[in-house]
Each structure stands twice: as structure tokens, then as C-alpha cells.
Design a protein around this ligand. Sequence first.
Ligand code: ZN
Length: 183
Amino acid sequence: MAKCKACGSGGLFSRVDEVGLCPNCHHSYALMSDSIRILQDSLHLVEDSQYLDTKISRCETALDHIHRILNLPNSVQIWHAFNPTMGLPEIASSIDEVLNDLQTVQVNLAASILDLLRKGPSTQKGLYEVLESAFAKEGRPVDTLSFSVEKSLPNLLKQMEEKGMVSKSKSGRSYMYSIGNKQ
Ligand SMILES: [Zn+2]
């Protein structure tokens, strides 16, 4: 007699697969496997990436795939059978927290950039230097952050440009950023 390690169903004539799942749970598990792989890849990138926007988009991808997994039959029990220490809802809420923090940092960075540009146009390098010292003054030196402000700045400026918050113009050999016209 075999008993499914996820849902506990079993009986005299029931069978389980090589990892101990009944046919129903085996089916869900097969459907979960792509999302689990994407979830794991995303979490590695959230951890390792130096780019703020990559971290944010990978948090969103991870949450999306957790929700896909949670929508499959018996997925909570199947997950628990293989990962008894941390449940999917707990993982989702900790990613949510990280995502909120990152988004707050991004909004604050954009606001600081606009404040700086209100005083006059600046190059990307000039902006970075002021931001770096602003972080230091706040007691959060840039090298203690989970991402690189310097590497994240170009993408952030590009997003702000697309939203019309800043504009870019060529001045000599470098680009100058100034306040956009759509704020
Ligand atoms: Zn089962």
C-alpha cells in the first residue's frame, strides 16, 4: 500500500510515482516545475543583481509564479512535502516586503534626481556624485546597499526620460539631463 506524501491519499490499489506522489499530485507537480524553476532563477537575481530595476522586475516575476503555483490543485501540500521549512505564502510575503522596499528606494531616488535638476542641468556623473554623498549623509553609504546606484542610474534616467520627467541633450562630448516638461 502506498500513500501520497503530499495529499496523504492512498489505498490498497493506489500507486505513487518515484518521488512519492499520487497521480493527481504528480500531475500538479509536473505543471509546477516550470514555475518553480523561474521562481528560483528570479530569487537568485533579486539577491545578486546590481541593477535596481532588475531586482524590482524579478520580484514581480517571482510573485507572479508563486501565484500560478498556488492556483494548482494540492500545490501547497506538494510544496510542503519537498520544502518543509518555508511555505509559499511566507515566501510570497517576504518577496512583497523586499519589493516594497526597492520600489520606495526607486521613488526616492527619482525624487532626489528631480530635486537636483531643479537647481540646474547635470551630467549623469554629476548626479551620481551628489546622490552618493546624499546616501552617505543619510548613514547608508552606497557600498552598503543591495544594488549599485551607479549601475542603476542609467536605466532609472531612461525610465524618467520615457515618462517625460527629465530630458537629455548633448552638450559637447557628454549628455546633460534637465527637468522634463511633463512633471
Ligand atoms: Zn497526492
